[in-house]
Each structure stands twice: as C-alpha cells, then as structure tokens.
Design a protein around this ligand. Structure first.
Ligand code: DC
Length: 229
C-alpha cells in the first residue's frame, strides 16, 4: 500500500499529538512529535541557565546548539515514542508548565528552527510518517500528500490541558493555563520565522465538539481517500 506523508498542524493543546500517535499506530507509520523537539531545546536552555526570567541569552544558546541531540525511542509500555535529550529520557520533564511557558520563545529563534526543520526532514524522508507541529505543511513537508489543520476553542484546549496535568498530579490553575494557551497562540502566529498558519491545501478539523472516536473515524476516512487516489 502507498505510504504517504501526513502533516498535522494547528494550535497548541488541541489534541494533535494524541491524534497523530494513535493514527501512526493504526497505520504502522512513524510518528514525529516536532513540538517535543522544541520543548527539549527549551529544557536544555533552562538547565544550561540560559534563561533570565523570560529572556534568553541567544548568543550563548547559538554557540551551544551543536550540543543538543534529540532522538525518539519507542516505549513498549505506552505504545508511543519517548523523547530523549542527549541520551536521557525527558518525556515528562518537557511537559511541565515551566517548559510550556518558555517554549514559544525558543521556537521563535531562527537558528533553532532551521536546525529542527533539517532534522525533521531527515527523520521523515521516505514517507510513511506522521508529523505534528505548526509548520509541517507549510515549511517542513510542503509536498505532504495529506495536510490537516486542527483547531478548537481556547477554553476547550485549556480545559483539556488542565485535565491532563491534574491526571499527572501536577498542581495547576485553569485560568493560568488559559492565559498560557492564548499567549502561545499569539506568539506562534505572529513570530517572524514560520508563523503558525494553515497551508492553502490543508483540511481544517475543528474538534471542539468531537469525541476521540469521532475524530479518529474522520481522520481514517481522509487517509483512505488519499491512499486510494
Ligand atoms: O505542540 P506543542 O505544544 O508540544 O509545541 C510546543 C511549542 O513549540 C509551541 O508553543 C509551538 C512550538 N512549535 C513550533 O513552533 N513548531 C513546531 N513544528 C512544533 C511546535
């Protein structure tokens, strides 16, 4: 069967990665979480003391970019890939509020983006891949056969993120999360390099009112249409 490239872009916390991981498992495709790569770069910068509040030492970061090696390893117990930074599993540490509150700053830096885009293109060459992110359909794989642009209302997204953090036992506040979602939307869509934007040929999926099984059925139908073309 034809193995295609699937680009899933959209706003933060709208369930893109859950959707992409499940679809990859269903199709036997490789899943690449590009947000995790920007999060791992952010964790590196935090741990290397490159942040002073919300300010980052861009020059020092630039000189250390070649020290950052991000890989994914399949975790048999969760059935999903885990993120590794320089050989150390960071899957949980990259999902904290501290990383979430700084990641848009890191993701807006041009040399970070060019390094990540290059790695993503190498990881995804050959097809049979699903990448989720913000610029997959516009910059990383503009020729992807299937492009989905996912969105949901900011309130729905904040509530989902809140439930996820609470389930992990992390202390959090719904209003603070909503502010973080809105702030990330703003930074992601107004940054100079690769702003979040729907590719002209992407199909919009607004999942505010959809259940996970409904969403999955919708996606499988789109994939089958593409594979059958
Ligand atoms: O999908 P996520 O929330 O884990 O992404 C984390 C941040 O990284 C988000 O603020 C946007 C940014 N990002 C990006 O700029 N480009 C991508 N391809 C993926 C994520």
């Amino acid at each position: 069967m034809k193995k295609i490239t699937i680009a899933i872009d959209g706003h933060s916390s709208c369930g893109k990665s859950t959707m992409a991981k499940d679809l990859a498992r269903e199709l036997g495709y490789v899943y690449i979480d590009t947000g995790a790569m920007y999060r791992a770069c952010t964790l590196y910068a935090i741990e290397a003391n490159l942040f002073n509040g919300q300010e980052i030492d861009v020059e020092a970061f630039h000189s250390q970019m070649s020290n950052i090696n991000i890989t994914f390893k399949f975790n048999a117990s969760t059935g999903r890939p885990d993120t590794y930074l320089n050989g150390v599993r960071v899957e949980d540490r990259i999902r904290t509020m501290e990383v979430s509150s700084k990641v848009s700053i890191v993701a807006a830096i041009d040399f970070v983006r060019s390094a990540m885009v290059r790695q993503q293109q190498q990881m995804g060459q050959g097809g049979g891949v699903i990448l989720d992110g913000r610029d997959i359909g516009t910059t990383v794989f503009p020729d992807a056969e299937l492009k989905i642009f996912v969105t949901a209302s900011a309130e729905v997204r904040a509530k989902r993120r809140y439930d996820e953090l609470m389930a992990k036992g992390e202390k959090c506040n719904l209003e603070e999360i909503l502010q973080n979602v809105l702030e990330r939307d703003h930074i992601d869509s107004t940054r100079a390099v690769s702003p979040l934007r729907k590719a002209d040929d992407a199909i919009v999926l607004d999942n505010s009112e959809m259940t996970i099984p409904e969403q999955k059925a919708w996606l499988i139908a789109k994939v089958n249409e593409k594979i059958g073309e």
